[in-house]
Design a protein around this ligand. Structure first.
Ligand code: MSP
Length: 520
């Protein structure tokens, strides 16, 4: 039922086998920014994230650490939740695939597929990557027999498997993509998937024999097998939507009518590495049970370090929490959102981080400090009344550009427009020279206009930057004498005359400029 006033956004659920890093943080912050932007724009939002807790990867990692899989999952779920709280993530629901509710929905989903004769028993013989839990064909792996995702050596397996008749849905899937040009964004990824679908689509193995892997959800029709972890994981989105009630008898569980729930999701945000699972496996599985497909899938690019891939073994994994210690949460969020063109790739370098930080400090932070301190100094901290607003059209322009950029999923551009408004306001200060106006009693009403204009533009900036810088915009709202950060519409209409403002420490304090060198 997510109509025009509701938005359901999801992040991937992260493997509970490793610590959160900058790649996970990027997907999650991007989702958070969209969720916050839509809340700022008056929408009712469900923002879902969580952890992917079954499968071989987890079982192996737990064994390595000498703990039970569930102990590892409990620990990592807590780590992710803590990391997200520290990074200001406003999720509404944190799902864990080991939850009873989720297990029941997976069971109901698989039973429904089975009842609809969408599943058959077969034998899989071929190559398998333990780490990525993927089967590979001889052709895929080439002569060196390595996984096409992680590069690790694959092993040969021969086992009984259950298969989902994914191939039957190939034409419907192609039609879905062709009829909805914005269904997969960006276009380059859409074309990749369409290219992939030019080959005949195979059926999908949806089970693993318990003899090899026991850490998973039992198949409802064969207790010697567990669900393939990707099938289990993808269903999390449906579980959290509240569409399916597995406690009800077949036929009444919600598969025929999702009214009243959050299904279908408005947007799945994923990295490009997991696009096939989200835009091929997931929609066809949904078609198989007769449910609507998600409304949109956004595949973002890859963060690299300098020009090398980030990897544990190279020891160059960037820790967002460490960056946060030095610069604060909002600076990390700002950098990630502003530096990576949404959908493209980007390279992390400490120099670029510093450049982006300086933008926050010198443009937005500086504007806030000088405007508030001038209102304090020249008007005893009370925003003067003035009929005219010198930056009105710029403020409206920035709001509509930001809205349009978010609608086009160009998050980096939305915040570029916001920063441009702050820049324009700094230019306005230079042009108006309030310090000179203050010296000349004949210019009292001009000074009122300057200060009132600046107070208004700060409210608009506060609302515009809130999705990316929620912590500092909360502080700014307080200093402006507001009752919390206003929505975009409220910001434009906020009456500032007569409010008392308060100065404080710089919102984005200067940092040691040699920091970047010490990071190399
Ligand atoms: N568990 C699966 C997802 C299941 S969703 C039903 C998974 N988990 S993951 O822990 O590997 O995290 C995946 C997310 O992190 C993806 O969106 C992926 O693109 C993102 N990133 C991991 N490393 C990344 C970078 N270096 N750069 C950008 N994002 C990357 O896959």
């Amino acid at each position: 039922m997510s109509g025009t006033d509701r938005r359901f956004f999801t992040t991937p659920i992260y493997y509970a086998s490793g610590e959160p890093h900058i790649g996970h943080a990027y997907t999650t912050i991007l989702t958070d920014v969209l969720a916050r932007f839509h809340r700022q724009d008056g929408k009712d939002v469900l923002f879902l994230t969580g952890t992917d807790e079954h499968g071989q990867k987890i079982q192996d990692e737990a064994e390595k650490r000498g703990v039970e899989p569930i102990e590892l999952c409990d620990l990592m779920a807590e780590r992710f939740e803590e990391a997200w709280k520290t990074l200001g993530i406003s999720y509404d629901r944190f799902i864990r695939t080991t939850e009873d509710e989720h297990k029941a929905v997976v069971t109901a989903f698989l039973k429904r597929l089975w009842d609809r004769e969408q599943i058959y028993e077969g034998t899989y013989s071929g190559w398998y990557c333990v780490s990525d839990e993927r089967y590979w064909t001889e052709k895929d792996i080439g002569e060196d027999r390595r996984c096409q995702i992680c590069g690790r050596e694959v092993t040969y397996v021969e086992e009984k498997n259950y298969f989902f008749k994914m191939s039957e849905w190939q034409d419907d899937l192609i039609k879905q993509i062709e009829d909805n040009p914005e269904w997969i964004v960006p276009e380059v990824r859409r074309n990749e998937i369409l290219g992939f679908l030019r080959q005949p689509l195979g059926d999908l193995s949806i089970s693993r024999p318990k003899s090899r892997l026991s850490w998973g959800i039992d198949l409802p029709f064969d207790a010697d097998h567990v669900a393939y972890v990707w099938v289990d994981a993808l269903i999390n989105y449906l579980t959290a939507s509240g569409a399916i009630d597995p406690s009800k008898p077949d036929g009444e569980q919600g598969f025929d009518d999702v009214t009243g729930s959050w299904w279908p999701a408005d947007m799945h945000l994923v990295g490009k590495d997991i696009l096939t699972t989200h835009s091929v496996y997931w929609p066809t599985l949904l078609m198989g049970v007769g449910l609507p497909v998600p409304r949109q899938i956004l595949a973002h690019g890859w963060w690299v370090v300098g020009d090398t891939k980030m990897s544990k073994s190279l020891g160059n994994v960037v820790d967002p929490l460490a960056l946060r210690e030095t610069f604060g949460t909002d600076a990390v969020r700002w950098y990630l959102m502003r530096e990576m063109p949404t959908g493209g790739d980007a390279s992390y370098t400490p120099e670029r981080f510093l450049t982006r930080y300086d933008e926050l400090a010198n443009v937005l932070g500086n504007l806030a400090s000088r405007a508030i301190s001038m209102i304090s100094k020249y008007r005893d901290g009370i925003v003067p009344d003035s009929a005219s607003n010198g930056l009105e059209s710029e403020a409206h322009g920035a709001l509509s550009e930001a809205r349009a950029s978010i609608a086009r999923l160009k998050v980096h551009e939305a915040f570029a427009s916001a920063m441009d408004l702050a820049r324009a306001a700094n230019v306005y200060v230079e042009e108006r020279q309030p310090w000179a106006q203050a010296k000349d009693p004949a210019q009292a009403s001009e000074l009122d206009e300057t200060l009132s204009t600046l107070a208004h533009v700060l409210v608009v900036l506060c609302a515009l930057f809130q999705p990316v810088a929620p912590e500092k915009m909360g502080v700014l709202a307080e200093r402006l004498g507001l009752d919390g950060v206003p929505t975009l519409d409220q910001a434009i209409a906020t009456e500032m005359a007569g409010r008392s403002v308060t100065s404080g420490n710089p919102l984005f304090p200067r940092v040691d400029p040699t920091w970047a060198n010490s990071e190399d």
